[in-house]
Each structure stands twice: as C-alpha cells, then as structure tokens.
Design a protein around this ligand. Structure first.
Ligand SMILES: [Fe+2]
Length: 334
C-alpha cells in the first residue's frame, strides 16, 4: 500500500478563457472536453491531467494521488479511517469526471482536498500539445510536483509522512521551514512550506527537452506574462526552471532536467545551500530578502557549486571530451 505519484489536479478559475490561452499557448497543454464552466487538459497519454472549473475562485480544489489498484485504495481508506479521518467514497459520476476507475477523498489537516484513486483512463487519440513542445516528463514519475504553503508545518507534515507514507528527501529550517517529499524517484512530488498561510505556491511541470523551457521563457516575456521567478537551477532537485503566474494565481514552475532519487535508499538531510545553485530571482522579495538570496548565490558561485545535468535517452548527445585536462579531472572523480 503506497502512493505511486501525483496523478491529476483540480484547478479553480475565475475565467476559463484565460486558461484556454495560457494552458495551450504557453505551457503546451492540450485542451479537451470543454463545457460552459469546465475545461480539461491533457499532458500525455492520459485522458485528463488538469481539470479547471470556472467558479469565481482561484488556487486548487483537489489533488489526485494515484495508488495501484482497488485493493490498495481500500486499504488506504481503512488505514485513514483507523486514524480518525473522515473518508468519502467517490460516486460513479465523480470517478467519471476524474476519468478514473475509483476514488476516495478526504481533507488533510489544513483543509486541502486529497483524493486517492486508481485506474486512470488512457485516451484513444494521441497527445497533441497546444504548441510545438517535445512532451512532458510524466509516466511513473507522476505529472510533476505541487508545493503547498501552510500555517504550521507540524500540523501538516505528519499527515503526509506518517499517515500517507511520503518520504522526506530534504528540508530547510532557516529562514523558513520547508519539507520536500517523495513517493517515487522524482525528488519531490509534494513540498510543504511554512508561511503562516494555507495555499498553493506552485505546480511544477517538467519538459523532456531543455529548449522547450527556453522557448517558453521567450514566449512568457513576449506575451507579457508575469515572471514570478527568473530562470535558475534548484539545489535539491537540480531542476532548471522559471516560474510564471497562472490565471489561478498559483505559479507554474516550468522545468527541465530534474534528478531521480532511489526512494529505497535515501537519507533525508538539511539543505544549507539555499533553494538555487544560480538564478531564480523571486519577484516578490523585499530588498533585505533579496540581499540574503543574492548572498547565498554568491556563496554558491564562490564555492563552485556544480551538479551534473540529468538527461534521458533521446534528449541529449554525448560529446567526445578530447581534452587532457578534463580527462584527468574525470579520472580523479572531480
Ligand atoms: Fe518546484
């Protein structure tokens, strides 16, 4: 009984037309199944990954976590009920709306709607991206990661780690608390940040190709979309990414090259390098906070903080080194 990945998300919106532009034209999502008040997006072979509802609200409405089968779903439901959680068994119409075989749902201790499901429908037709991208990295890694803000870490963290079985990848204790949690080899499928306020900070989508990030960065600038976080590379999951504001207020992190971890052989540790190896200037920081962030980046530069890029078959070409100095560094493990 374990969670396999982040399978789908429900998004609230003030206007579907904003998402109909932002989703396909910037992110490359495929818009499908539009009704007067709802809109579904595909990002791979599944029939639906994001479901947007125009309801005058913003942020996210629900988070769909995938389990293997009906037995795992019912085992989780019994486990949650045994810990005093009120679990609701989703009716057929709800499973149909989510495009899954079966689901249950409950509220986490902060009031976020957590859905557990199995049996995601595969679409009959191939995925056709909304713009010319080389696809999203999903599959066994789930659709990406979500980062939630919370009032108090101690209210929420035990639910995900002790009750749902998420593993801690790493954590930050100063100047604020943040925990990065995994359920599969993706470094984190969920992160919790203690800000004093419950909310959704961002949703990360990972692209197969590095240049698709660059194209989106150009497009976001040309479209006048607000860049929340400039291009940079994260120190823990090694993602090269930028963040833009979605029509539902939370940000979208658009990234490439996230690392994989082995969940069966991983020891959590405190991150002390700051959130990023380089870049990722955040638009909302005060001058004082910016100075702290810039000092961390200077420290990383002075220390020569570097991490190998994480590539997959088909999205890179290996070069011959042909340089004695480099060869000697590699031989010596540097
Ligand atoms: Fe992220």
């Amino acid at each position: 009984m374990r969670i396999l990945g982040l399978g789908y998300l429900g998004v609230n919106a003030e206007s579907l037309s904003d998402w109909l532009d932002f989703g396909p034209n910037l992110l490359g999502l495929q818009a499908v199944d539009k009704t007067g008040k709802t809109l579904a997006f595909r990002m791979d072979d599944r029939r639906q990954r994001l479901h947007v509802e125009e309801n005058g609200r913003t942020s996210m409405e629900y988070f769909g976590w995938e389990v293997r089968d009906s037995a795992a779903l019912h085992a989780f439901a019994a486990h949650l009920e045994g810990h005093g959680y009120h679990v609701i068994y989703g009716e057929r119409w709800l499973a149909d709306q989510r495009c899954v075989t079966e689901l249950v749902w409950l509220l986490d201790p902060a009031g976020n709607r957590v859905e557990l499901f199995h049996g995601a429908e595969i679409a009959a037709a191939p995925f056709v991206p909304g713009r010319n991208i080389g696809g999203f990295r999903t599959g066994a890694m789930g659709l990406g990661h979500a980062v939630l803000t919370c009032e108090k870490m101690s209210d929420l963290l035990p639910f995900y780690t002790e009750i749902l079985g998420f593993g801690v990848s790493d954590y930050v204790l100063e100047p604020f608390k943040a925990y990065f949690l995994h359920v599969n080899p993706r470094h984190h499928s969920l992160a919790l940040v203690e800000t004093g306020q419950r909310g959704v900070h961002h949703l990360m989508m990972e692209l197969m190709h590095f240049d698709d990030i660059g194209h989106a960065y150009d497009l976001a600038h040309q479209r006048g979309d607000e860049i929340g976080v400039t291009l940079g590379r994260h120190s823990n999951d090694h993602m090269t990414s930028f963040y833009t504001h979605s029509p539902s207020k939370f940000m979208i992190e658009y990234g490439w090259g996230g690392r994989e971890i082995d969940p069966n052989d991983w020891q959590p540790f405190e991150l002390t390098e700051g959130p990023s190896i380089w870049g990722h200037n955040r638009s909302w920081l005060s001058d004082e906070a910016n100075e702290v962030a810039h000092a961390m980046l200077r420290r990383n530069a002075d220390a020569g903080l570097r991490r190998p890029v994480n590539v997959m078959p088909g999205n890179h070409r290996q070069m011959s080194a042909n340089c004695g100095w480099w060869d000697s560094l590699v031989r010596n493990g540097r």
